[in-house]
Design a protein around this ligand. Structure first.
Ligand code: IPE
Ligand code: IPE
Ligand code: MG
Length: 250
């Protein structure tokens, strides 16, 4: 990290900031339930936590932040929660886009976006177009995202090219498969955060997190603070990433 960053965050001095952080934003419903509030209130508070997280990542020099906002399985929730979430995601994006743009953040989205409400699709497309040239950080918001759906879509894209005679099955390798995933230009996540305490992946980026370091945070997402992110970065720096090989220190 740079000297000015180290001065601002002394506990991170000398540490490596993960290039790509991915977050399974979980625990909104439990946060609301503990307070006797409707679940949607937890999602509203979750939005504030997301804002803190994005700001902190920009501040710390993270280059890519991927956040899981709505899964392909979340459609199975009660219709009022699903509708509330769709409205909240759209309103949050409209509210945040000026600040994202002012902070040089490029907005992208991943998922089966064509299945989302039309107005949300338009807001997403506008936000992508407006911030396309921004450089400081890429914010990848994953909406109607499921890793299995992503891999099925990738298989279909490759099968289509084979059927059209443009590709031989034997030419399909890991690189080509990765190239047809939703946001193939993004590097794989280095650090995966799961607030809410669950020790599972819930269909999130299964291909891309093959060698990510996993940190499960014992806080519900609405209670997330920058300190939790910093602690996770300290933890990340204590790990020895081997990628199947042998680390220098082994
Ligand atoms: C995560 O919070 C947000 C979404 C899945 C949209 P949850 O709504 O899953 O909260 P819990 O896990 O029930 O507490
Ligand atoms: C994962 O959380 C999905 C998002 C955070 C958007 P879930 O709450 O849907 O995951 P499960 O059901 O506990 O596995
Ligand atoms: Mg949950």
């Amino acid at each position: 990290m740079t000297e000015s960053l180290a001065a601002k965050h002394p506990e991170l001095a000398g540490l490596e900031i993960p290039h790509h952080i991915a977050v399974i934003m979980d625990g909104n419903g439990r946060w609301a339930g503990q307070r006797g509030m409707p679940r949607i209130q937890g999602h509203f508070e979750g939005h504030k936590a997301t804002r803190r997280c994005v700001e902190a990542c920009v501040d710390l020099g993270v280059k890519v932040l991927s956040i899981y906002a709505f899964s392909t399985e979340n459609w199975s929730r009660p219709v009022d929660e699903v509708e509330g979430l769709m409205e909240l995601i759209e309103a949050a994006l409209q509210e945040e886009i000026d600040d994202l743009d002012a902070n040089d953040v490029r907005f992208v989205a991943s998922g089966r976006l064509a299945e989302l409400p039309q107005s949300l699709q338009r807001t997403i497309a506008d936000s992508i177009a407006r911030t396309a040239d921004n450089q400081t950080m890429t914010l990848n918001v994953m909406i109607n995202y499921g890793s299995r759906a992503e891999m099925v879509d990738a298989a279909r894209a490759l099968a289509q090219r084979v059927a059209e005679g443009q590709l031989a099955p034997a030419d399909i390798d890991e690189q080509l498969f990765a190239d047809v995933l939703y946001r193939s230009e993004l590097p794989d996540p280095d650090l995966l955060l799961r607030p809410g305490g669950e020790m599972r992946l819930s269909n999130f980026m299964l291909w891309q997190i093959a060698y990510a370091e996993l940190v499960v945070l014992p806080v519900l997402w609405p209670d997330f603070q920058i300190e939790h992110l910093k602690q996770a970065i300290v933890e990340y720096n204590s790990r020895r990433r081997r990628f199947g090989g042998i680390a220098d220190t082994d």
